[in-house]
Design a protein around this ligand. Sequence first.
Ligand code: SF4
Length: 277
Amino acid sequence: MRTINALDIEKKLTDVITKACTILPKDVKDAIAKAQKEETSSRCKFAMDVLLENAEIAEKESVPICQDTGMAVFFVELGQDVHIEGSLTNAINNAVFKAYSNGLRNSVLDPLSRENTKGNTPAIIHYNIVDGEGLKIEFLPKGFGAENMTKLYMLLPSVGKKGVVEAVVDAAKSAGACPCPPYVVGVGIGGTPEKAIEMAKHGLLREIGSINQDKELNELEGEIKARINELGIGASGFGGNITALAVHIEKYPTHIAGLPVAINFGCNAMRKEEVVF
Ligand code: SF4
């Protein structure tokens, strides 16, 4: 049994949250730079120039990449042979409070009274208990320009793969420029409705440019990306041939009577960080 102190987790996470909100990950920067080369519209090329310059300034001056520093989402993989000294949930929320009280926008409020909770808490935490003595925490701050465009389709099983592709393209079409393209598209296929949405969001964490090890999903990702880019939305919605930087699909077995498909967008400020204890 391995013991990890909750205070150590809180300290490390506070730095990780600040870093994630101010430094755009390399794979996202590289993907935007590559997209800029492939883009044919001069307006979209300019928009991507601005995005890259913005990321450079944010990193140099340690200021947020975007004013919307999002709702704090975490995926936690906790080994069953780990003992946390203290509360892991409190450690995560304390880290969010500290980081967001120090120059990041506090966007979280009561859904009905609309009263701000202060410190951007509580976080959204997805726990997954796994074998072993490890602890991995992935963080992604989610702005609501992209979150508001999340879609869930409970498709008829008979629509098959073709229906899945159409659903994702339909979600991108109706979202237009709201998720701040160029974006990453997370897709969750199967499970129950909430499982599909969780997979779609988790898919955003995969490195852009990495190959899906499932050959069938890899092909689907390519097909969907091409179809979304044919929509002509373009960077910042200026009308261009690159809207999606990548499509990342996760799947899970589902019920004989259903075919859930969820879509979650990761905007051009696709912030993410991972910490392993
Ligand atoms: S969707 Fe992303 S880039 Fe657009 S405003 Fe929100 S956080 Fe910023």
